[in-house]
Design a protein around this ligand. Structure first.
Ligand code: XLS
Ligand code: NI
Ligand code: NI
Length: 440
């Protein structure tokens, strides 16, 4: 096994004054922030699909980056991908990876052969994991690219397709358990619809829940004790995806009694497609006890699709890490770079520049988020703004001591209440945020 990235050594932390592009300026893996090392707080993961397989192909042109890893035979390439992935992770100090079954090993003639070949690759990964200590953050099944899934997998009108998807997911969960993964993701690739004229939405959602229930039962039966995640996305590839956003998914999980086993995998670009901020999605998950993992990337405000860019927006990363810290940090989850270099960034070094950009952005985000908490001005402002709920009538409402009759009496006695309001001070808070960010 040769070296794929000759001339690129281990990327080291060189501090913010370094001008060497192949160094970390802000990510210092062993530095302690908020009681844990940055490595433990951030739990970075490589995405097997974008990094090892994505060659820049788009609907207007073929790939620009060579991701053949020197092999034309699919089985040899799958193995070479493992070597290259472990080299990238080692050189970037990334401890985790995430995969779809078909990113690791492609489909062959039959499901049985496909499964056998996947076993060979996962055997090889297990060996490499034992040598290096690299871990699997989560696995998933690619139940959206093959033509059989044109109308969905769990939500297909065909019961045969549902059965095929179940078989594929069973195997993907087994692979995840074998690789020691602490999560299993459902991203509803084609679980949605194009037109209600041909769709039985009620049955499709019931079936999706049936598939997830079976996944949980099977996963638990073979010793998977990590988290199942749903990754919300409002559209693309289907016009309307069922897992629209976190709030929609919460309603689904609760309706079908799946809320004990599932958490959210929040992707930044999916949040913006749903016309939410990244922080909004994280806050909804956190407030409901469903915060799990993150697909770190960013969209382009001028484009309306999932561009999956490497995240470089420090402001968003800071507000994200603020939510993560407030949620108590990651447990089974982490920051998976569901991100790809732009089509024009086609050289092998661009993989390293991209990850360094993303990792440094989240390292800055973590540093700023911890400063926001230590500084305390923003948290104090919010606490003070809601102080009327700590005593008097506010506390009585929360304690369930009063109802409409008592509140009417209170309001009649009190008279006009406009004077109880104070300014929201949005601009002052935004200015405080800038002050915290730029006084690092
Ligand atoms: C696509 C999704 C996908 C999931 C894994 O938009 O982000 O990459 O993360 O299936
Ligand atoms: Ni994703
Ligand atoms: Ni996505």
């Amino acid at each position: 096994m040769g070296e794929f990235f000759k001339g690129i050594g281990k990327i080291r932390y060189a501090g913010k004054n370094s001008t060497d592009p192949l160094t970390f300026k802000y990510y210092d893996p062993d530095e302690v922030i908020g009681g844990k090392t940055m490595r433990e707080q951030l739990r970075f993961a490589l995405s097997w699909w974008h990094t090892m397989g994505g060659d820049g192909t788009d609907m207007f042109g073929v790939g620009t980056a060579d991701k053949s890893w020197g092999e034309s035979d699919p089985a040899a390439r799958a193995k070479a991908k493992v070597d290259a992935a472990f080299e990238i992770m080692d050189k970037l100090s990334i401890e985790f990876f995430c995969f779809h079954d078909r990113d690791l090993s492609p489909e062959y003639g039959s499901l049985a052969e496909t499964n056998d070949r996947l076993d060979e690759i996962t055997d090889y990964i297990v060996k490499k994991q034992a040598e290096t200590g690299m871990k699997c953050l989560w696995g998933t099944a690619k139940c959206f690219d093959h033509p059989r899934y044109m109308h969905g997998a769990g939500t297909s009108p065909s019961a045969d397709v549902f059965a095929y998807a179940a078989a594929q997911i069973k195997k993907a969960i087994e692979a995840t358990v074998k690789l020691g993964g602490s999560g299993y993701v459902f991203w509803g690739g084609r679980e949605g619809y194009e037109t209600l004229l041909n769709t039985n939405m009620g049955l499709e959602l019931d079936n999706m829940a049936r598939l997830m229930r079976m996944a949980v039962e099977y996963g638990r039966s073979i010793g998977f004790n990590g988290d199942f995640y749903i990754e919300p996305k409002p559209k693309e590839p289907t016009k309307h995806q069922y897992d629209f956003d976190t709030a929609t998914v919460l309603g689904f999980l609760r309706k079908y009694g799946l809320d004990k086993d599932f958490k959210m995998n929040i992707e930044a670009n999916h949040a913006t497609l749903a016309q939410h901020t990244f922080q909004h999605e994280l806050r909804v998950a956190r407030d409901n006890g469903f915060f799990g993992s993150i697909d770190a990337n960013q969209g382009d405000p001028l484009l309306g699709w999932d561009t999956d860019q490497f995240p470089t927006n420090v402001y968003d990363a800071a507000l994200c890490m603020y939510e993560v810290l407030k949620a108590g940090g990651f447990t089974n989850g982490g920051l998976n770079f569901d991100s790809k270099a732009r089509r024009g960034s086609f050289t092998p070094e661009d993989i390293f520049h991209s990850y360094i950009a993303g990792m440094d952005t989240f390292a800055l985000g973590l540093r700023i988020a911890q400063k926001m908490i230590d500084d305390g001005r923003i948290d104090k402002f919010v606490a003070d703004r809601y102080a009327s709920w700590n005593t008097g009538i506010g506390k009585d409402i929360i304690d369930g001591k009063v109802g409409f009759a008592e509140l009417e009496k209170y309001a009649l006695e009190k008279g006009e209440v406009t004077s109880s309001l104070t300014s929201g001070r949005q601009e002052m808070l935004e200015s405080i945020m800038n002050n915290i960010m730029f006084s690092l």
